[in-house]
Design a protein around this ligand. Sequence first.
Ligand SMILES: Cc1ncc(COP(=O)(O)O)c(C=O)c1O
Length: 395
Amino acid sequence: MRYASRIEALSDKSLLNAFEVIETPDMISFSAGFPSPETYPLEAIRESFDHVMEESGKEALSYGSTSGYIRLREIIGNRLAEKFNLRYNLEEIIITSGSQQGLDMCGMMFINKGDVVLFENPSYLGAVNALRAHEATLAAVEIDDQGISMESLKAEVERYGDRIRMIYVNPDHQNPTGRSWSLERRKEFMTFIRDYDIPVVEDGAYAELSFGEELETPLAALDARGQVLYLGTFSKTFCPGLRVAWVCAPKTIMEKILILKNAADLSTSSIAQRQMAYYLDHYSLDNHIRGITAMYLERKDIMIQMLREHFPDSISYTNPKGGLFIWVSLPEGKDSRELLIRAQKRKVSFIPGTSFYPAADRHRELRLNFSNMDPDKIREGMKILGEITTEYLKE
Ligand SMILES: Cc1ncc(COP(=O)(O)O)c(C=O)c1O
C-alpha cells in the first residue's frame, strides 16, 4: 500500500498507547490525562438527554449547523465574558468535535508542508501530533517557571523568520508540566508577538481547572491585533466522551474555519450539544468544577507527598496549581523510558517525557497524571514507582 507522506511523521504512539491502556483494567495508570469518571454527573446528564429527546428529539437527531447549536454558543460566550473578560460575538464562536478537531483545523488553515510551528518545549503531545499530520516543521521554545522564555522565543523568531506560520501555547496548568504563565510573561509575550503576522493558538483546556479561586488572564484577553485563536473544551471540566469543545477567533479567521469544519465533519453531534446546553442552563457547571478541583487537589497532594517520601532526593518535580499533571525530572543521564519498561512489568504506567519534546532529544522527564486514579491506587502505584526509581538511580 502507498501511504501519504504525513503518516511517516506520526511515529510517536505514546498518546495512542495511553488511550489503549484504558482497556487494561489491572494497570495503575498515571498515563492519560483523563478526568475521573466517578465525577461524571450521570443523573443530571441522563435527565438532560431525556429532556432533549422529549422536547426536540427530531432536531437533536438531525444534522446541526456547522457553526454549532446557537444556545450552546451563547452560553459559552457568556461564560468566557464572565470568567475571563473575553468578549466574542456569536459569529466568533464555533463548536468543534473536541479541541483536538480545533487543533487539526488550525493546521489545515495555516500550515503548508514544511512551514514552521513554534511549540513550548515541552508541549501537549496531541497538538504536536495534530500539526505533525500537516507536515509542519516543529520548532521549540524553552519554558521556565514564569512561562515561555522570551529570550528563547526571540532566538527562534530570528532563526526561522517568515517560515513561522503558527505558535501553539497552553499557558494554564500546562500539559505536560502543570506550569502556568505569570501575568507579566503573558503581557510580554503578547507585546512582542503583536509585531509579527503569526497566529497564536491558545489552548485553554485547563483554564478553569484551577485549585484556587483565581483564574489566569488568557492571552486572548490581551490580544490587541486579533491574532489569537482561543480553544476551549468541556472534556476536562465535564466529560470527554461528549466531544464538545469550541474555537473562538476574529470574524475573518472564523469564516475560513467554518469552511474547514464543514469539510471535516459537517457538524458536531447535535444531541451532545443540546444535552450540554440543557445541562448548562439547568445545573451548575461551576459547582461541578468546584467539586472536581477539590478532588484533584487532594490527589495531587497525595502524589506530591509520595514523591517526597518514597523517591530519592535527586529527582525534582513541579507542584501545579491546577490541571491534571505533575512533571518529574530524573537526574542527568537517566532515561524515563527505561523506568517505564520496569514500571509496566509491575503494572504501573506513565508517559515518558521524550514524547512531549517536539524538537529535542530529552529523556529524563516523565509525566504523571493524578486525576484518574483514586487515592489508594495513587499511594500503591507511587510506592511501586518510588521503589523502581530508587533502584534505577543507584545503578
Ligand atoms: C492541552 C490539551 N488540549 C486539548 C486536549 C484535547 O481535548 P478534547 O478532548 O477537547 O479534544 C487535551 C487532552 O488531553 C489537552 O491536554
